[in-house]
Ligand binder design. Structure first.
Ligand code: HEC
Ligand code: HEC
Ligand code: HEC
Length: 138
């Protein structure tokens, strides 16, 4: 084998490895990137317009860690204790409800709840009974 052929083979080999490996590099960012959550629903935009602020039931960090617990508490209060007192957030009243509370603000279930749950590989079974918000098909 002549030397310059060896060079060609080497270049070919490098190109081959680069092409072969590229799907991994291209996917790496996707797999690692945190999901970008959207807070631009009509209800939240309205809230920002009226008050200049946006708020959840509790501060963001608390919500991130404890939202399942809040839902459990709400369900127990409503179903076991019959306590349907509304909660007030920045002057607006919301039902202690999955469909009519959380999802009133987070009406973008796909871009919010689902996005994070898919990322974390969690699958809440709630939607077998509770009705998910109607959304534009994306
Ligand atoms: C087998 C059906 C079923 C499943 C699954 C289910 N629920 Fe419910 N849930 C109900 C019913 C029925 C009520 C009573 C509705 C009422 O009286 O307003 C209710 C009420 C609630 C309420 C209080 C009122 C309301 O309208 O939202 C909360 C909060 C709630 N569920 C949360 C959850 C969560 C969170 C999950 C998933 C972890 C879940 N539920 C799964 C059937 C179900
Ligand atoms: C009044 C509208 C409203 C209601 C009702 C509401 N949220 Fe939120 N939620 C928000 C807003 C606005 C933020 C962003 C808060 C911020 O930026 O400080 C948020 C943040 C969150 C976050 C944190 C997201 C992150 O950045 O990691 C979670 C999780 C969440 N909400 C879940 C829920 C659940 C579950 C319910 C029902 C128990 C609920 N929210 C009810 C408006 C609402
Ligand atoms: C920032 C990420 C994030 C967002 C946004 C988020 N969740 Fe979650 N959720 C989680 C994680 C992580 C868990 C699992 C926690 C655990 O197992 O301790 C979870 C668990 C839950 C559970 C309990 C499921 C079970 O089977 O025990 C419910 C119900 C739930 N989420 C509802 C919601 C709803 C409704 C929204 C949108 C309004 C939402 N979550 C938005 C991260 C998120």
């Amino acid at each position: 084998m002549k030397i310059y052929d060896g060079g060609k083979i080497l270049v070919g080999l490098i190109i081959f490895i680069a092409l072969f490996a590229s799907p991994f590099y291209l996917n790496m960012g996707k797999a690692v990137a945190k999901p970008e959550l959207k807070f631009d629903t009509p209800e939240i935009q309205q809230m920002e317009k009226e008050t200049g602020k946006k708020q959840c039931v509790e501060p963001k960090e608390f919500m991130r860690a404890e939202h399942m617990q809040i839902l459990n508490n709400w369900r127990d209060e409503v179903i076991r204790s019959g306590n349907r007192d509304e909660i007030v957030i920045l002057g607006h009243k919301y039902d202690k409800s999955l469909q009519n509370g959380c999802m009133k603000c987070h009406s973008n279930k796909k871009d919010f709840c689902d996005k994070c749950h898919n990322y974390m590989a969690v699958q809440p079974y709630c939607w077998r009974c509770h009705i998910a918000p109607k959304e534009k098909q994306s």
